[in-house]
Design a protein around this ligand. Sequence first.
Ligand code: FUB
Ligand code: ZN
Length: 677
Amino acid sequence: MRSEASQPLSLNNIRVTDPFWAREIGLIRQAVIPYQWKALHDQIPDAAPSWWAHNMRAAARAVAAKKAGKLFVPAHHSDKIETLPEDGKKPQEDAFYGFVFQDSDGYKWLEAVAYQLMTKPDAALQAQAQEAVDMICAAQEEDGYLDTFYTLTDRDRAFTNLRDNHELYCFGHLTEAAVAWHQATGKDDLLNAARRFAECIANKFGPDKERGCPGHEIAEMALMRLYEETGEPQWRDLAQFFLDVRGAEPNTFALEENRRRAEKGLPELPVSSERYQYHQAHMPVREMREAVGHAVRQMYLCCGMADEARLADDPEMLAACERLWQSVVSQKLYITGGVGGTHVGEAFSRPYDLPADTAYSETCAAIGLAFFARRMLQLKPLSNYADVMEQALYNTVLSGMALDGQSFFYVNPLEVDPDACETDRRLAHVKPVRQKWFGCACCPPNIARIVSSLGQYIVTQTQDTLFFHLYIGSDMIVNLGGSSVTLRMEADLLKNGDVHLSVTDGEAQGIFAFRDPAWAGNAHVKIPAGVKSWSENGYLYAKGIWKQGDQITIHFTMPVRAVKANPLVKEAMHQVCFTRGPMVFCAEEADNGKHLHLLRALPDQVAEAREKTMVIDGLTLPAITLPARRILEPGENAPLYAPWTPAETEDTEITLVPYFAWNNRGKGEMRVWLAAE
Ligand code: FUB
Ligand code: ZN
């Protein structure tokens, strides 16, 4: 273990009280979790089916039949599955439906529930989650294998297509849920199921066994977590094996593909790694420099790598993580904290290719970036990691869910014209309104789990230092240098940059380190007399003996900022975006009329910006108004082209709302980047 690494607090020891975020966490508990439970059971009218409960129950019946020595005849072969029953047909009871990774949706739901239970016990919710746990355990095969797709189609073909068929991905999500459930309830039913599946995997893959690695990463970080929870080193070893075999020659995905081709009498393909960028298997991970391929996969891989860097104190892996981080934040990050510039492969595009209207920016990818950032913070407290984590959380992660928690975005563009989305197939991936559910529903339960575990992103600690990464109001119990203190942080960044920390109980000696956010103007800090303070890597450190009644106040000024992109971002050339604190603001048709591209913002007059509030869906949110100009709309008979003349404009005012809150007032245009005068 890297000696100076910090750890998040257990969710038992931190309670979010922030006016905005406490509402979000409550919304997940009261509205989103019940809604998603229904979705997993296909009980949301007019929504895409989930098949989760169907597949789990069907797999449990198959497993029971096999245990009883009965012949189980699959309804489909694994090479030919149906995502939907044929038109008008009832689903077959013992058939698998949906994407191969459908199991993971319920695992994420369960993980979210576990975090909620840690924050606040709830017998009814726990009983519902227990039902899910029992369903999952019943679907586990005798040898520990647990993946309903293969159980219901063709178990003999398990582990033959790690590249595409996601059984290690489902294992990863199962394990994440199992650890959270164990921490929340002390129960080891699901943890044992995860362990048994892990054993089944470890019996097959490893340094002296078959070579192979996950086609969609997450097992790496999940195994590291299983190791941290159980102390059983074989799980860290398996994670390390998966990391090191990835991209090594001969490429394991190519080998398995050739085995499948041979069965069909097809010629072999080259076994080199070059063509596996999408899966981040194009080179050994320790050599990676650029974030490429499927964005969620890349982010989850980075998490596993960062865990390895921390848990094995592996400097080579840390250096690779730092390079990948730089690649993302200096060339491939949307201002909204999203990643993944192209829908082709749901992937990172080339450097600086960050289109606004065709953006992919999958909600899960922003969540993955926040996971990665927290892990980098654990390794080294540099404020840039927290800045980006905050940027992802306050913007793209939140925009993935409606303010009422009943509909979701998978893709998070920075510019939307509903007419274009509905008529132009190049924009088929961009939905102008949030959806009730998705055939591929990875994002909604991912939002539920990250928001429910928000407490783990606010602070991390070493033995003697508590790092305040996010200014989100919360109460916490912390052990510093062997003594326990209770702290209350009050903050509400939706309103202003005032942060107030008080020691409400106990006494301890140690250091508090406060991040100086990139968005802050000036910081005015008041610390008790006699406390030594200094600044380092974007954190203000304060060392002293902290006792009940001690107070620290920080006032960060939070001006409205006009922001431009690096000129190499072609899509944002001559455009400006307005931000305040961690929030990116956008213009919506509801406030500014149609044809938002005709607006000309005036970045030089940003000092004229007026902050106000606006009630959207019953929630009071910050808004900004700014002086602007608007190009006059051409008359009906205006020619398509005409000799150049300066555009005719009129003075106007634009109103901007937080990006996360867009599309909560019906369908309409939206723009983050506005043409700059
Ligand atoms: O493949 C599993 C999940 O489905 C990915 O993370 C998402 O991008 C979606 O493709
Ligand atoms: Zn997703």
